[in-house]
Design a protein around this ligand. Structure first.
Ligand code: NI
Length: 246
């Protein structure tokens, strides 16, 4: 059930029996030479939409640009500064609250968003506290790629080639959604370097093709179907508890 494809009377009818919503959040950033710029947003949206279908919960539009400052040395990457992303998340939550949504699950596709989203949750609660002493908004953030069953499936399929950026699980998922974009060419070195970085230019110097520790040539569209089904089923179980909690 997608908010964008509903009419306002349909949303009104939905709110008469449910106060739950899912808000996908991703990023628009390079994912190595073979991965799509939209990977993190596409994955979050696909998983969130599938969870919404399983649970019959309304899925809001995806926040598709995230905090990706460290990817800005690669063409096509876009970023919001953390303060902007906090404001976007807060305003999206307050818009939903205005209509009666009180349980909002964020399905996230990008590690760089986590700290900012958690800060935005606190900002939103503070703002609601100022209006009413007992606000009933509950928020939760789930990172689809960190779900335990995704971890298990990723190790089973890719062993130590998962890495940390432009990973085979996320590229596989986008290739399941858009098979015409699947680019399985073998990269050199097969396994990208690992390590940390301190700026956009430093990121590109240390990880020249954009990958960190991964070999995305192992991914296939069929793997992506399994990733999507596994992540959606596991997140749906966690979300069901979250939405039902009193
Ligand atoms: Ni990613």
């Amino acid at each position: 059930m997608r908010l964008q494809l509903a009419t306002w009377p349909q949303v009104e009818a939905y709110l008469a029996h449910s106060n739950s919503a899912i808000l996908p959040i991703g990023s628009t950033e390079q994912h190595g030479p073979t991965g799509l710029i939209g990977t993190d947003a596409l994955c979050a949206e696909a998983v969130a939409t599938r969870v919404g279908d399983i649970l019959g919960v309304m899925v809001a539009p995806t926040i598709a640009v995230g905090m990706a400052q460290h990817h800005m040395d690669f063409p096509g990457s876009m970023t919001l500064r953390p303060s902007t992303l906090m404001a976007v998340v807060r305003d999206c939550l307050l818009s939903l609250v205005r209509h009666g949504f009180q349980r909002v699950l964020l399905v996230n596709g990008h590690g760089g968003n986590v700290a900012t989203v958690q800060a935005a949750f606190a900002e939103t609660q503070m703002e609601l506290d100022a209006i009413t002493p007992r606000p009933d908004l509950r928020t939760r953030l789930l990172n689809w790629w960190e779900m335990p069953e995704i971890d298990r499936l990723s190790s089973e399929l890719y062993g130590n080639s998962v890495g940390h950026h432009a990973t085979p699980p996320e590229l596989a998922l986008t290739w399941a959604l858009h098979p015409e974009t699947a680019d399985r060419r073998v990269l050199e070195p097969h396994l990208a370097p690992r390590g940390s970085f301190h700026s956009a230019a430093d990121f590109r110097a240390r990880f020249p093709d954009g990958r960190i520790g991964s070999d995305p040539s192992l991914a296939t569209p069929a793997h992506g179907e399994r990733m999507l089904a596994t992540a959606a089923a596991e997140i749906a179980r966690a979300a069901k508890e979250f939405f039902a909690a009193t």
